[in-house]
Design a protein around this ligand. Structure first.
Ligand code: GDP
Ligand code: MG
Length: 163
């Protein structure tokens, strides 16, 4: 089934100048990039993105990480990939959540690490299932930032917004 997935190159990936390598690795999946942008992640966006982890002991460190405070790098790159089995293909290339357990050939296995503070510095985010992908893409992108009609949207006050 053709589907969309959200990828975020996290602050450590940007700081280590891995953007090109990561995009090359992801191109192996033969998916289409339908949206891309650099984002300065606010606390509000970070907390909404990781709201399902709010009760975890590492939540506040995770927010500091994704907002760039850990790496003094407040840019991330957000991308929407689209195509056959996009979610599982991207997850396979990304590797497991824990970079030390990830396949060494995966992005997280090759470039991730665990900091002494315990943070999983794992270079990229990738949606893990369809409902999550839809929620995340709608959170990170406006309809007119994606080059095709992915989900239903409406025009309000001259601007397009997700329905
Ligand atoms: P993902 O879908 O593979 O990114 O994993 P999750 O959705 O479970 O967690 C989101 C992010 O939280 C991960 O990518 C890590 O950056 C971080 N994280 C998850 N589990 C842990 C953990 O046990 N310890 C720490 N320090 N960070 C974690
Ligand atoms: Mg996840």
């Amino acid at each position: 089934m053709e589907e969309a997935t959200l990828v975020i190159i996290k602050p450590d990936g940007i700081k280590k100048s891995l953007t090109g390598n990561i995009l090359s690795r992801l191109s192996e999946a033969k998916l289409k990039i339908m949206g891309s942008k650099m984002v300065k992640v606010s606390n509000d966006l970070a907390e909404k993105h990781y709201e399902h982890l709010r009760d975890k002991p590492f939540f506040s460190e995770l927010i500091e990480y994704i907002t760039g405070k850990v790496h003094d790098e407040n840019r991330v790159m957000a991308l929407v990939y689209y195509g056959e089995d996009a979610i599982s293909k991207v997850r396979r290339i990304a590797g497991s959540t824990n970079p030390e357990e990830a396949d060494p050939i995966s992005i997280r296995g090759a470039y991730g690490r665990i900091l002494t503070t315990g943070i999983f510095e794992n270079v990229i985010h990738a949606s893990s299932e369809a409902a999550e992908a839809e929620r995340e893409i709608k959170l990170w992108f406006d309809p007119d930032e994606i080059v095709f009609d992915l989900y239903p949207c409406q025009i309000k006050d001259g601007r397009s917004e997700w329905k």
